[in-house]
Ligand binder design. Structure first.
Ligand code: 2AL
Length: 163
């Protein structure tokens, strides 16, 4: 959709047009309420600024929409299709998949939630290395790192949805 269309949509349809970007209603509503945008750059900048305010509670909300790395989303909704595309480079290597399963389990035991990373453009090996490195983070460091990944996923999805 182009920006002119997004600017003019009724609020409920504008919300529906960005809902798949991140499952944080407060962010979705703020993006819609700040229309009209003078350029797509202004929209992305607003999206980034709002994402910089996310906290642990926002993060927990957003996680409900993300499957584990290495586990292909099976749903038929837009988020599931996006996840499958984003994770396309995980590959079929059984050893990498097995290592991801184990590391995901360790991560979830340590931090109490699933491991989140912007998957697009990263191979399975790269995500495994990031996962293993992040196991060494403190909970505070890890929340900050995970929020940056969530922001990157959200911006990528927004930039693909509204141009
Ligand atoms: C995902 C996902 O679904 N897309 C992405 O970039 N990362 N999931 C995850 N657990 O990090």
């Amino acid at each position: 959709m182009d920006l002119a269309q997004f600017n003019q949509l009724p609020a409920d349809r504008a919300l529906a047009a960005i809902a798949h970007c991140v499952a944080i209603p407060r962010w979705q509503q703020a993006i819609v309420a700040a229309r009209p945008y003078s350029s797509s750059a202004a929209l992305y900048q607003q999206a980034r600024a709002l994402a910089a305010q996310w906290n642990a509670e926002d993060f927990t909300q957003a996680l409900t929409a993300h499957p584990r790395i290495g586990e292909r989303a099976s749903g038929t909704d837009k988020e599931a299709a996006l996840s499958r595309q984003e994770q396309a480079a995980v590959g079929e290597d059984a050893a990498v998949q097995q290592a991801l399963r184990q590391a995901n389990q360790q991560y979830e035991q340590r931090f109490g939630h699933l491991f989140l990373i912007r998957a697009k453009g990263r191979s399975g090996e790269e995500m495994l290395a990031a996962l293993q490195r992040r196991l060494g983070n403190s909970p505070e460091q890890e929340l900050q790192e995970a929020l940056i990944q969530l922001r990157d996923i959200t911006l990528l999805r927004l930039e693909e949805s509204i141009v």
